[in-house]
Write a protein that binds this ligand. Structure first.
Ligand SMILES: Cc1cc2nc3c(=O)[nH]c(=O)nc-3n(C[C@H](O)[C@H](O)[C@H](O)COP(=O)(O)OP(=O)(O)OC[C@H]3O[C@@H](n4cnc5c(N)ncnc54)[C@H](O)[C@@H]3O)c2cc1C
Length: 378
């Protein structure tokens, strides 16, 4: 049997793509070795080991998750080599002029970015950038240059660089201005932890879902043939690679892709040391391998690090490691490489290859689905 579409990968991109295709009446198969990918909510421990929060303007990714607790930006402590300060502090009062400038710069960005995201549902990211030179510029501009150009140095150093580090695991020289502004929205719009209802997703996927690993892909006379590690062969007239960029690059000739960061997420029960125990979150500068700590609803703590070895004694008076999750390829954050979204008439690429986070990934999946639906007989 030749299906209309096979979607490879069931993360934010693949699931958003599959959902739209199923709603559009396409005959779809979804093959993935995990359900959720970097949407890695652990229902037993009630923690997000992958993506940590959704923003209130994640209109597509939000369809895959259920919001949990709101993350309170007023309950943060920002650390530096020579001390720390809380969001609500005299330090912040002195930064009000800079924070106001940051808010104005971000208001302009968010107007452009909102239109850009909508356009990306209907056209490729490349076409959407051609329509908006402001966004196209941010895609290639280093974040540090953007910050200097907008005189945001002090505010970035004190607050935004630490939040950006928490979201990307790298410093401001590594990321683009577009990714910097994208993640910085989390300081201005409500953000929530979330759960993922795996049963509900399996419900709407139904028979379309196959838990397996695709190991080979070939195309002949407009028909794609996919072989899995489990010995299944699938055929389809369209294929969507909604796999991480490094995996997609093994199947298709993507050219240069962005480099990844590593993130190590530890779920810990224990008592944080004095100075770290006052606020819900501690955010550290890039000079620290510990990126941030976040108290969970049950009082346990998630610790994010960019190094695999984490000195829990430095953070806790006493501690017990519940579990950990190591992401050797956590996010595609560094470099300015652009990955096309279509390779030939029936081969699509979706994911966070060109832009960070659940929402850009979800939108790229929606775009692929829309393009395919246009080609199917009604
Ligand atoms: C620790 C961490 C924290 C993060 N925090 C946030 C956050 O707070 N907010 C935010 O918006 N983003 C966050 N992100 C980024 C976000 O998770 C990703 O940008 C997004 O999930 C990418 O979605 P995707 O569908 O492109 O890829 P993935 O979620 O990686 O999905 C790819 C899918 O492909 C499958 N796959 C791979 N190879 C094969 C194969 N050969 N055959 C079959 N299936 C295959 C995988 O199993 C997976 O299901 C975070 C990421 C990490 C790792």
């Amino acid at each position: 049997m030749v299906h209309d579409v096979v979607v490879i990968g069931a993360g934010s991109a693949g699931l958003s793509c599959a959902k739209r295709l199923i709603e559009g009446g396409a005959d779809v198969r979804v093959v993935s070795d995990t359900l959720g990918g970097r949407l890695a909510y652990d229902a037993g421990e009630a923690v997000n080991f992958g993506a940590y929060f959704v923003m209130s303007n994640y209109h597509h990714a939000e369809k895959l998750v259920t919001r949990r607790t709101r993350i309170n930006p007023l309950s943060c402590r920002f650390h530096d080599a020579d001390g720390s300060f809380a969001t609500l502090s005299g330090h912040t009062v002195r930064r009000i002029p800079g924070l106001a400038r940051f808010a104005l710069v971000m208001a302009r960005f968010m107007r452009h970015y909102s239109t850009f995201k909508t356009n990306c549902e209907y056209m490729s990211q490349r076409e959407a950038m051609e329509l908006d030179p402001y966004i196209a510029r941010l895609f290639v501009q280093p974040a540090s240059e953007f910050i200097a150009a907008h005189r945001l140095g002090a505010v970035a150093e004190d607050y935004v660089s630490k939040f950006s580090y928490a979201c990307t695991g790298v410093d401001l020289d590594s990321i683009t201005a577009l990714d910097f502004c994208n993640v910085s929205q989390g300081l201005l719009v409500p953000i929530h932890r979330f759960s993922v209802d795996e049963q509900a997703i399996r419900g709407w996927l139904g028979q379309a879902y196959l838990q397996d690993t695709v190991v080979a892909h070939a195309e002949q006379d407009g028909v794609h043939t996919l072989s899995t590690a489990g010995g299944v062969t699938l055929q389809a007239r369209n294929v969507v690679f909604a796999t991480p960029a490094a995996v997609t690059a093994q199947f298709l000739d993507l050219g240069e892709i962005r480099r990844t960061c590593q993130l190590y997420v530890l779920h810990v029960r224990g008592r944080l040391r004095t100075g770290l125990d006052g606020e819900a979150m501690n955010l550290f500068p890039f000079s620290s391998p510990i990126i941030f700590t976040a108290v969970q609803d049950d009082g346990s703590v998630l610790v994010y690090s960019r190094e695999p070895e984490v000195d829990l004694d430095a953070l806790f008076v006493r501690h017990e490691l519940v579990s950990r999750r190591d992401w050797d390829k956590a996010m595609y954050v560094s470099g300015r490489a652009y990955v096309e979204q279509q390779y030939g008439p029936s081969t699509y690429v979706a994911g966070d290859h060109n832009g960070l986070g659940l929402e850009p990934a979800a939108i790229s999946g929606v775009y692929a689905a829309r393009q395919i639906l246009k080609t199917l007989p009604r």
